[in-house]
Every structure is written in C-alpha cells, then in structure tokens.
Design a protein around this ligand. Structure first.
Ligand SMILES: NC(=O)c1ccc[n+]([C@@H]2O[C@H](COP(=O)([O-])OP(=O)(O)OC[C@H]3O[C@@H](n4cnc5c(N)ncnc54)[C@H](O)[C@@H]3O)[C@@H](O)[C@H]2O)c1
Length: 334
C-alpha cells in the first residue's frame, strides 16, 4: 500500500502517519507539506510522549501544493491512497484569493487523479478533510433547535475557510456524479483535539489552550456564559475514521466526523480540573466575534452506515487524560 499524506506534518496528518506506519512499517509513505502550520517535530520522536521511539521512515516533499507539479508527483510516487489534509487551517485568514487558491486549486488536481482511468484493479482512493465550518453558525435551523447536524444542513459557511471547504465539496459531488465508481470520501471533521496540536498556537483546540493557560497558573477564560456546546472529538477517533474511509468497503460521499455528543466549555474546564491543579475560578468575558459557532453536533447515522465507524473515546475522560499528558510534557520541558 503506497500512501501519500498531504499536510502530514500537521496535527491530524502526523497522527495519521504514526498510525499508518505503526500498522504497516514497510509500506511507502510520502508526506507533502509546506510547514506553514505544521512542524517536522510532529514526525520526530519527541512530539508525543505516548508514542516514544517513533521514527518516521517515509519521504517528505516540502512545498505548497498549488506551486508543485502535483500530477508529476502523483505519477512518480503512484499512490494507492491519498489522504488530503493540507489546508490553510487559520480560520482568521481573510485573504479570500489566498484561501481559495491554496485550499481549492490542488484539490481539482487530486480529483482528476482519483477519477482518471488506471491499470490497477482497485480504484485510486482519495480521502480528504472537509470541516464542520461548512455548517456555519445557523446550520439550516439545526443550531436553533440544538439537534445534531444532518449532512443536508451544511452550505452556509460563515467564513472564507468554511467556504473553501464547501467549494471542495461541490467539486467532490460533481466528480462523483461524473465517475460514480471513484473512491472519493470527504470528512467533515468537527472540533478535533489531542497530542500534536501545540504548533497550531491560537488555532489549537480550546481544550489545548485552556489547559495550557491553567498549567501556566492562569485563570481559564471563557466567553460568557460558557454553556456554548460543541462536538469535541479526540484525534485518535478522527484517525480511525479517516482510515476507515480508505477501506475498499467504504461508500463514497461526504460524512460528519464527530462524537455525536456535545461538551460545553464549562464541562471542558471541569474535566481539565480533574488533571490540573488550578486555584483560579473561571473568568467570563464577552464574546467579540459576530460569527461564532455556539453549538455544533454531528449526526453520525450516515457516517456509521457508510464507513462502519463509531467513535470510541468518551470526551470528558479523554480530555482529562490529555490534560494529564500535557502536564507531564510541560514538566519534562522545564
Ligand atoms: N483540527 C480540527 O479541529 C479540524 C476541524 C475541521 C477540519 N480540519 C481539517 O483537517 C485538516 C488537518 O487539520 P489540522 O488540524 O491537522 O491542521 P494543521 O494546520 O496542523 O495541518 C495542516 C497541514 O497542512 C499544511 N499545509 C497547509 N497548506 C498547505 C499547502 N498549500 N501545501 C502544502 N501543505 C500545506 C500545513 O503546514 C500543516 O502541516 C485540514 O484540512 C483542516 O481544514 C481540522
């Protein structure tokens, strides 16, 4: 199995690389990454304390996808599976041309590769990261009703990041209509947290940011009233679902990847306090953002039916375990 992972030096990509290499130590891996938000450290030994001794054995091409000769790279490496996770992930980027060029243009080339005739008896497989940002802040009424987001609720992205993912979904839909036998699976990740996200800075999960503040001895700060509820999912579950999407048995399409449950920000702090001694009460501040997802929750019915996957990690317990890992890692660095 020859596997190309775009964005493999990033948070989710590097967790995927580790899982693939663990299970198929001799299978060729190629990472393409321009390191704008990823780091080589994610592919080296020290990045994650719970996988000591990891040594990446694959190749890396450093470069932005839109400026590489991607068709030539695909022809040379000849992957069986492409996991496409590279993306601008800074949702505060407002340059619309850059967001759409960098996120959407390379995807056209990957779709062309995945739908081209090939001599192989199994279709080329393309699994790629969409986002819950495609639901925006209203999600076709699901937000107001506080019900899980069904796939058809998407299409009202509130920022250009979500819009770029939505355009990719449109291209995916058209490619699949033209080539129904193609193995194309898009995954709308909800709020992902876990080891390997520290390099994301202000784009790391709220769980990471709140834990780090508490570990620095600061009070955790939330937007009033802290009851905003989102679907937070551990990266190990996301990796398992992403791999399930590449199995020949997976049904092509676009699916939600969350836990199907919500955790409020107040509950996150309760879980973090189980692992981190913090003398400070939570501070509440007004939310300055006009467009903010106060509620997200994935409807997983189609995900489970199409990919045979269900989440395995209960959120509150996993948050507490992750907080303990961060506490230990910070202590080692000091
Ligand atoms: N983390 C989440 O909660 C979340 C939620 C929804 C969707 N996603 C999607 O999952 C994917 C992975 O996200 P992540 O959280 O690991 O973020 P990340 O920023 O850690 O990873 C993205 C990686 O892609 C690389 N990259 C960005 N643009 C590139 C380009 N044009 N060419 C080559 N490399 C490029 C970055 O350097 C980085 O290593 C992204 O597509 C993201 O949109 C993530």
């Amino acid at each position: 199995m020859r596997t190309l992972i775009t964005g493999g030096a990033g948070f989710i990509g590097s967790n995927l690389v580790r899982a693939l290499q663990r299970d198929q130590p001799n299978a060729p891996l190629l990472v393409i990454d321009d390191f704008r938000s990823g780091s080589f450290a994610n592919l080296s030994t020290e990045a994650r304390s719970h996988t000591p001794g990891f040594t990446y054995r694959g190749d890396v091409i450093a470069g932005a996808l839109h400026s590489l000769d991607l068709p030539a790279v695909l022809e040379r490496f000849n992957p069986d599976v492409v996991y496409h996770l590279a993306s601008i992930t800074d949702t505060t980027v407002t340059d619309q041309t850059v967001m759409l060029r960098d996120n959407v243009d390379p995807f056209r080339q990957l779709l062309a590769w995945a739908t081209a005739p090939s001599a192989s008896p199994t279709p080329r497989r393309l699994v790629w990261a969409s986002s819950a940002a495609t639901y925006g802040t209203t999600a076709n009424g699901a937000t107001a009703a506080q019900r899980p987001f069904a796939l058809d609720d998407a299409g009202a992205p509130a920022n250009v990041y979500g819009f770029s993912k939505w355009v990719m979904e449109n291209l995916h839909r058209d490619a699949l209509a033209a080539c129904p036998q193609a193995h194309l699976v898009g995954l709308r990740y909800f709020n992902v947290f876990g080891p390997g996200e520290q390099h994301k800075g202000k784009m790391a999960s709220m769980i990471h940011q709140l834990a780090q503040a508490m570990l620095r001895g600061q009070a955790p700060r939330l937007f009033t009233p802290g009851t905003q509820a989102r679907d937070h999912i551990h990266v190990d579950d996301v990796v398992a679902c992403t791999r399930a999407a590449a199995q020949p048995s997976a049904t092509p399409g676009v699916y939600n990847v969350g836990t199907g449950r919500t955790t409020t920000f107040n509950q996150i702090i309760d879980a973090l306090r189980r692992a981190i001694d913090c003398a400070h009460d939570t501070q509440y501040i007004p939310n300055p953002h006009a467009f903010y997802q106060d509620y997200t929750c994935a409807d997983l019915s189609q995900t489970t039916a199409a990919l045979g996957w269900t989440p395995q990690h209960p959120t509150a317990d996993t948050i507490a375990t992750y907080a303990a890992q961060m506490r230990q890692q910070n202590a080692q660095v000091k």
